[in-house]
Design a protein around this ligand. Sequence first.
Ligand code: MG
Length: 330
Amino acid sequence: MVHPLNRFMNLSLQIKSFSFELLRSLKTSQGVLTKKEGWLLHLQSDSGKSGWGEIAPIHQEKLKICDEIIKNLGNNFSRETLEKKLKYFPPSIGFGFGAALAEIDSLIDFGSSKNWSKISQTAFLLPTDQSLISKLDSTLKNHSNESEELTFKWKVGILPNEIEKKILDAILSRLPANAHLRIDPNAGWDRNQAKDWADYLIGEKRLEWIEQPLPSNDIKGLKALANHIPIALDESLLDNPSLRKSWKSWQIRKPSLEGDPRILLEELKRKIGFRVISTSFETGIGRRWVEYLATLQQEGPTPTVPGLGIGWCPKSQLFSKNPESVWEAA
Ligand SMILES: [Mg+2]
């Protein structure tokens, strides 16, 4: 992966911390996410090339270990040292440094004519409170004149099962034939419940997939379900990265949480299908990667809309497409 002449490159590192509150809190069957915290990094090679990265683990308790690792690295080190350590770092650190190194190596060209920053189509995340149906109705109405196929994502496993099944009927009765639905229990179902929903949804053409219906380590149960209905893995891929090589159906890929992004970049450049790109609420620096990779995904064999989480982050320069503006705003 590393050009032999680049191995001995010396790097200097600047670090800055950031934090922001989401405009709304994200409720899943596993808990509530209200804010993101982490570090921006600016890596410079001795030849003056710049690369930018972001480190922001989704679980707050990982911040301390990330802080220690970053402090121990110091501000000057060789590329060889960094590359050797990278695969042992927590994945959020792997993302930050891998992203910066990829930019120094021009593996990714944010200044190119590729229209990565124009990507706007996203799955609409439905609210999980009483406003769900009215939000669904208004979104359908606002987009009724467009030829684009609408995709909705619905997080379940939050309300009692019987209520969610009634809501499912209400959603399906409203969705036009060309709309898509992604259902995400965030690992919150057991095998019986998952089978019940899968049986009910078999043959439902508007269902794009059920996302991570079972706990991340229940690979046997997930495989059994995938024989009947499209199953996308999400949490399983973070807990067991080798599944990124072996899982043949959909994979929800969250670049900023999964580690060195050069691996996913390479997969998409090789046109490997069934990967869908999802945000984990990044600053502008991480966001560039999410949008760039989502653009590559759409040029691949299985184009589908990413989950960009539009409207969840505040409006500020911290979310600018220009990394220097993001740095200044942190
Ligand atoms: Mg998910």
